[in-house]
Design a protein around this ligand. Structure first.
Ligand code: MG
Length: 121
């Protein structure tokens, strides 16, 4: 996986929208709704597949291409929302990973998928 340049992508998306006068449609609300729609499109690809059928080696080339497209759509909207709200997404991701590490310490979470707030103390 290549590293991605979030600020470069945000600038490219801003230019893309601006050239089409789409900024007027890109409120954070509308972008969040669009992101949810794209997440639904991703789910649709996997809907009705068994767990094994959803693995990389079992997907057809066409299915794989659709997954790639929907993941890109989701990330594009996430980057666009962050840009419109002035959120530094790279910092946000770093903070979220650190938060998750605290919520799910290895000694409590290893091999255990229970959500942190449902864990028995
Ligand atoms: Mg899509």
């Amino acid at each position: 996986m290549k590293d991605i340049n979030l600020s470069g992508i945000a600038a490219e998306l801003e230019r893309f929208a601006s050239e089409r006068d789409w900024g007027q449609f890109h409120s954070p609300k509308n972008l969040a709704m669009a992101l949810s729609g794209e997440a639904g499109e991703l789910l649709e690809i996997f809907q009705w597949l068994t767990t094994a059928e959803s693995e990389q080696e079992a997907l057809s080339e066409e299915q794989f291409g659709f997954v790639e497209e929907e993941l890109a759509d989701i990330l594009i909207y996430a980057i666009r929302i962050a840009d419109r709200l002035g959120i530094d997404l790279a910092d946000g991701i770093d903070r979220k990973i650190a938060t998750n590490a605290k919520k799910y310490p290895i000694e409590e979470a290893k091999g255990n998928a229970t959500k942190y707030n449902k864990r028995k103390k």
